[in-house]
Write a protein that binds this ligand. Sequence first.
Ligand code: ATP
Ligand code: MG
Length: 344
Amino acid sequence: KPLVFSGVQPTGNLHLGNYLGAIKRFVEMQATHDCIYCVVDEHAITVWQDPFELRRQIREVTAAFLAAGIDPKMHIVFNQSQVPEHAELAWVFNCVARMGWLNRMTQFKEKAGKDRENVSVGLFAYPSLMAADILVYRATHVPVGEDQKQHLELARDIATKFNNDFSASIVAQGHNAEEGYFPLPEPLTQGPAPRVMSLRDGTKKMSKSDPSDYSRINLTDDRDAIAQKIRKARTDPEPLPSDVEGLKERPDADNLVTIYAALAGTTKEAVLGDHGGSQFSAFKPALADLAVSVLSPINDRMKALMAEPDHIDAVLADGSERAGAIAGKVMDDVRDIVGFIQSR
Ligand code: ATP
Ligand code: MG
């Protein structure tokens, strides 16, 4: 079976975009792939996190994985910092990746803003660590939201350069010259909602780090909060169009229809077939009911899991041990390939 790797940062405020763009698809891939799902706590600290909050947030992302239906026995669920090989391979990749490549990353530009001199070195090197997360398992399939496509391209560039830079040594270690050591990982962004937009601005992605809580539906929001946020979502004054063509140049309307379709497991065409011509005053309550019906069972299971932190920690410890067994072997190969000396 092909190997899948993906991760979510424990930076608080897990939202509908994380669910539709990532976690829901993690659940679906379990049937056809071997899956490794990671709470990427080392990525989270590229921006300062309160240690007392961070621990809770790591457990909350884990709870969301389990509540959504990820099976930690059939697959692997763990947190990044318990498997030191991620950071170790990231260092090697920092020495493979070029400054110019990382300079082009739009996520860095957006997150650093104008004050580039004062963001962490880690925020800049983030994509090297992400490449290591995937390649330390030699994973080939990476379900992510559309915003992560550029980082996946970079992971492929790093894998390609590593394979070239060390080709003689890779062959000397008994690996195939054509294939190289690392596979080129593929982004899987073709879900129904690869880019859920902010409820306040249909041209910006829904994000954990958006200062306005009204911009997103959190997985921990209750029925009233969900209904209120959808009621206040920005829209234009026109009724819904009768076909998808009519959503062009209407990003806020397009976003709500996309969310509806993804939650209902149907297409935008079908949603407009039922709701075309409706005013938002009628469509929004229907969307709110649908969102509550999908999210509240997940929310209930998350709450129950969060009441048992020891159980969550045990799941992470078990997953980390199994992940570490794979990563340890790959890192041994990498040390040999690069030319380090290690005890056997
Ligand atoms: P942050 O603002 O801290 O970066 P985030 O909301 O971008 O948080 P991440 O933990 O960085 O969340 O991303 C986890 C996964 O969710 C990734 O696969 C990412 O592509 C996906 N994702 C994030 N936001 C969206 C969105 N608005 N629509 C679809 N997928 C998304
Ligand atoms: Mg992000």
